[in-house]
Design a protein around this ligand. Structure first.
Ligand SMILES: [Zn+2]
Length: 327
């Protein structure tokens, strides 16, 4: 815990506001995390309570930094939803209705009497992976986070790329089937409809209903089935679950071909709970990429597992506070 004997480093306060909990900590320039805390959010529908929770965590982290003699560079906050960079307003945050359309940057700047650096949660995770994780040493890569939805983040030329208004990297809404099912975004056949949590479960239900392959998943009540069950069963050798992950990986691979042809990235970093499924998923992605991308260099773009796990957003928010010019 002591940094005595080493050069003093600067620290960023990182705060990750999620749909069920808030994580915060001090992120050092060397990637060290100190004073990490995670608290449940009892209410996510009231702006006042959420703002109090965020400023409370920032104050706690600042006090801990003072006690440790750390120099704090600033505060970074990330949350799900589309963040409009010019206004600091988050749009479409279904898991955090209290933050939807709230002038978050202004309200936090007021509450904390200082500048606040904001990012979408997966954009922050991409920056975290870029500074201290699987993206280290890469100037150009895409981060894809698999969860209830599919989030994306782009690091281009060593910086987070957020687009004209801040809404870039909606990788989950790349169309993989123009005749596919409707997506809540208004389009049809988006990647998220196939490789988001609900899409994965749908694939499993379809294969179970086919009845061609016996599976322990058949013993679970249909409405209880989750991607975690499928990953666990696949790891235990269940052929049907492996088939589900293979189909999921194929859809991801089809979307990644667009990413590779568009961006020429050095790698694609895959994170989020479903990515824990490991080989059955990654192998299907890689075999889909083989032979479908344009050049021999594109064919060898590695798809690698994220390294910062559930702390990625918090670490990235802290990194944004340390290096705002990378945001
Ligand atoms: Zn969509």
């Amino acid at each position: 815990m002591s940094i005595m004997g080493r050069q003093p480093i600067r620290w960023g306060i990182g705060i990750d506001v999620g749909g069920s909990s808030i994580k915060s900590g001090l992120v050092g320039e060397d990637g060290t995390v100190e004073a990490f805390a995670q608290h449940r959010l009892e209410r996510v529908d009231e702006a006042g309570l959420l703002l109090n929770a965020i400023s409370g965590e920032a104050t706690r982290a600042r006090q801990q930094a003072e006690a440790l003699g750390f120099e704090v560079a600033g505060v970074g906050v990330c949350a799900p939803g589309s963040l409009e960079t010019a206004t600091g307003i988050i749009h479409k945050a279904p898991n955090l209705p209290g933050l939807d359309r709230l002038p978050l940057r202004d309200r936090l700047t007021e509450a904390l009497a200082g500048p606040i650096h904001l990012a979408n949660d997966v954009n922050a995770a991409a920056l975290g992976e870029s500074c201290f994780g699987a993206g280290q040493g890469h100037r150009h890569f895409a981060m894809v986070a698999l969860g209830t939805g599919i989030g994306g983040g782009l690091i281009l030329d060593g910086r987070l790329y957020t687009g004209a208004a801040g809404f870039a990297a909606e990788i989950g809404h790349i169309v993989v089937d123009p005749d596919g099912p409707a997506c809540p975004c208004g389009n049809v056949g988006c990647l998220e409809r196939y490789a988001g949590a609900a899409g994965i479960v749908e694939t499993a239900r379809r294969l179970l209903a086919d009845g061609d392959i016996e599976s322990p998943l058949a013993a679970l009540p249909e409405d209880r089935l989750t991607p975690e069950h499928i990953s666990e069963a696949a790891a235990a050798g269940d052929a049907l679950s492996r088939q589900v992950l293979a189909e999921t990986g194929r859809w991801l691979g089809i979307a990644f071909i667009t990413l590779i042809n568009l961006l020429d990235p050095e790698c694609i970093v895959l994170g989020g709970g479903v990515a824990q499924a490991g080989a059955p998923l990654f192998d299907a992605i890689r075999s889909t990429l083989e032979g479908r991308t344009m050049s021999s260099t594109a064919r060898s773009v590695p798809v690698v597992a994220a390294r910062l796990g559930t702390q990625a957003g918090m670490v990235g928010a802290g990194a944004l506070a340390l290096w705002p010019e990378r945001g």
